[in-house]
Design a binder for this molecule. Structure first.
Ligand code: ADP
Ligand code: ASP
Ligand code: MG
Length: 412
């Protein structure tokens, strides 16, 4: 007997036909005695459609994050009810439960809440009664009892966290690709499927934009030591296992993958005093507003006047809040101007193999320059290098970099 958590993303449950197909597949694969918890996302593009709906009221709905959560949590509630119904029509007892009902406790940071505790007793009770338990992903409840969502792609995190809390034997993420690839297979023509990837490398890929897994979900997997099997909803072939270490003969990869992120914006605060405490002033105000800042560059504008520019990137969904915060600080610092650019994208290479391998960065920049793509900002971590470029060049950039590091014939 095994306890299995299976998560199905939006495209896997996009129509009632697909929901029926998911229910049938799960029953076909379920062995007698298996206990199954399903975590599901909103149907198809429902979450995007709900955001568009809110834009009918205000151009910047993310200023009203509590109400956004009230709105967005409805999407998952529709799919859990329909999937539980689908099981029942097939003769399988099932029950649908929302995030609050499964004890998914979060902090109060609306639209990007973090799970602080899970009390899954109700889930276990329902499993012990013989039900398949169908749980709404992406949502939890804060200490005030208000709904909180976990950030875009948050159903992955709901699933892995539940698997951890229930001490599940396996956690499977079913999606519209058949595993993790060396780059987004919708963008890179030569992308290769991986058999395995470490939490460490996957976390960096996800953080830098590989939307197939939400970064928090990979952290949860690592925390609970749960291998995560990412696989296709539409075929039965094995996918990719995200785990602590490689179990197969380790290949000597220079890099593990290329990630890109188009949902970023650049903010430049021009002409601020080049004195101690200025960076703290700007970034602590942003942190207070729960805005994550990524690439940061400080450059000298005028040495004689001791004036500097501060340039950084934020997630596009945070832009309206970030702009308000930065405008206030810029006023206080008598900055010359605050400039915003939205037509930017970040392209990155990731891999533990690049540690101590100095030629890697030059090859990445060479691949970009061969396509005449200008680099605006460069940032690095221990296992990644990222470049900010014009968003119109992103597809070409991903392919050029991928071709450089994954020439034909190299297997994953
Ligand atoms: P779901 O709705 O099932 O959660 P997502 O759209 O969130 O699905 O994630 C799957 C998508 O992630 C794929 O369709 C693919 O375009 C994208 N993706 C980005 N990077 C990668 C990668 N390295 N490997 C596989 N898929 C990726
Ligand atoms: N429905 C949510 C989203 O589109 C959560 C998820 O799909 O994981 O972001
Ligand atoms: Mg997803």
């Amino acid at each position: 007997m095994a306890l299995i958590v299976k998560k199905f993303g939006g495209s896997s449950v996009a129509t009632t036909e697909k929901i029926m197909a998911v229910a049938k597949r799960v029953l076909d694969e379920k062995k007698p005695g298996d206990q199954v918890v399903m975590v599901v996302s909103a149907m198809g593009d429902t979450t995007d459609e709900l955001i568009e709906l809110a834009k009918g009221i205000t151009k910047e709905p993310y200023r009203y994050t509590r109400e956004m959560d009230m709105l967005l949590t409805t999407g998952e509630q529709v799919s859990i009810a329909l999937l539980a119904m689908a099981f029942k029509t097939l003769g399988q007892p099932a029950v649908s439960l929302t995030g609050p009902m499964v004890g998914m406790k979060t902090d109060s940071v609306h639209t990007k809440g973090r799970i602080i505790d899970i009390q899954p007793e109700r889930v276990q009770e329902e499993l012990d009664k013989g039900n398949i338990v169908v749980v709404a992903g992406f949502q939890g409840v804060d200490p005030a009892g208000d709904p909180v969502t976990l950030g875009r792609g948050g159903s992955d995190t709901s699933a892995v966290a539940l698997a951890g809390a229930l001490k599940a034997d396996t956690c499977e993420i079913f999606t519209d690709v058949d595993g993790i690839y060396s780059a987004d297979p919708r963008v890179a023509k030569g992308a290769r499927k991986m058999k395995e990837i470490t939490y460490f490398e996957m976390l960096e890929m996800a953080r830098l934009g590989a939307g197939v897994m939400q970064p928090r979900s990979v952290e949860m997997g690592q925390l609970f030591k749960i291998p995560i099997h990412v696989r296709s909803t539409f075929t039965t072939k094995p996918g990719t296992i995200i785990r602590e270490d490689y179990t197969m003969e380790e290949k000597d990869f220079e890099i593990r993958g290329v990630a890109h992120d188009e949902k970023v914006a650049k903010i430049a605060v021009l002409g601020i005093p080049n004195t101690p405490g200025i960076a703290h002033e700007i970034f602590s105000a942003l942190a207070k507003a729960s805005v994550d800042v990524d690439m940061i560059v400080q450059s000298i504008r005028n040495i004689e006047k001791n004036v500097t520019d501060m340039v950084f990137t934020v997630a596009i969904d945070d832009l309206s809040v970030a702009k308000d915060v930065v405008d206030k600080v810029a006023d206080k610092l008598s900055a010359i101007a605050v400039l915003i650019e939205e037509d930017v994208a970040k392209v990155s290479i990731v891999g533990a193999g690049m540690l101590g391998n100095p030629g890697i960065a030059a090859r990445m920049f060479g691949a970009l320059s061969s396509k005449e793509i200008n680099i605006d900002i460069i940032s690095t971590s221990e296992i990644s290098i990222s470049c900010l470029i014009k968003s119109s060049c992103v597809k070409e950039a991903v392919n050029a970099i991928h071709d450089e590091f994954f020439p034909n014939g190299q297997e994953q």
